[in-house]
Design a protein around this ligand. Structure first.
Ligand code: ADP
Length: 221
């Protein structure tokens, strides 16, 4: 944790020192350092918010309101928030589902789980690729499948991606403000609502994340 927090703070401090030491008078240099400060503070904020969220779930203090929820509506809403990003990146974002799919879950937890998986799928998929969310309405074990045609994940690290702070490509990720907490949060929230998350990947061709709800969490009424 301390390393994760120290890195962006050290960069911010180095940039402000340089600016105060005279770099402020050269506007091009000043913009470069201010941009770095901006990126690193965003990274720090995401990191702190993610750590707080993870701590709340792990401590068992977060209260989950388990109720029958229509997954189609929740996924539709989450995807609506990603349309602009997908269009800007020229990535096709699709929902494959029947009319309604009810599961017993906490709505906010579900939103976060889907949000984090789709966010990653879009982040690691290049232009002209696609991200598909499929809802499999099996009454005994409904499933959410998030598929992308992106970078994929090397087999030797597949088992590690749900660990907190784990990033496959640390150097590149660091530049984009990723925290390495998104999937750790997904895993803990899935446990909290009685679902399990798994991953398959074909490096260079894409990844597939599946969230499987167990029978007792399905509203069969
Ligand atoms: P991050 O904030 O770095 O995205 P996550 O916990 O969400 O953190 O993901 C951990 C790592 O798993 C990422 O850094 C990335 O390397 C890899 N990863 C997650 N989802 C995908 C995906 N859909 N395609 C390729 N790599 C992924």
């Amino acid at each position: 944790v301390s390393h994760e927090l120290k890195t962006p703070l050290t960069v911010i401090q180095a940039c402000t020192d340089t600016l105060l030491g005279g770099a402020l008078s050269d506007s091009d240099t000043a913009v470069r350092f201010l941009t770095q400060i901006d990126e690193q503070s965003e990274r720090l904020l995401k990191l702190i918010l993610g750590m707080l969220q993870l701590a709340r779930v792990e401590s068992g203090q977060q209260i989950f309101h388990m109720e029958p929820i229509d997954l189609v509506t929740v996924v539709d809403d989450v995807l609506a928030g990603f349309r602009t990003i997908a269009d800007t990146k020229s990535v096709k974002l699709t929902l494959v589902a029947t009319d309604e799919m009810i599961v017993m879950a906490d709505e906010q937890a579900l939103q976060t789980i889907i949000n984090n998986l789709v966010d990653n799928a879009l982040k690691y998929t290049a232009a002209d690729g696609s991200v598909t969310v499929e809802l499999i309405a099996n009454a005994l074990a409904p499933e959410i499948v998030v598929r992308d045609t992106g970078a994929g994940i090397p087999e030797e690290v597949l088992g590690r991606i749900f660990e907190r702070f784990y990033r496959v490509d640390r150097d590149r990720s660091g530049d984009h403000g990723e925290s390495g907490l998104g999937l750790a949060i997904v895993k803990h929230l899935c446990q909290a609502v009685g679902a399990t998350v798994s991953v398959k990947s074909n490096p260079g061709h894409g990844s597939e994340f599946r969230v499987l709800f167990s029978k007792k969490h399905t509203d069969s009424a």
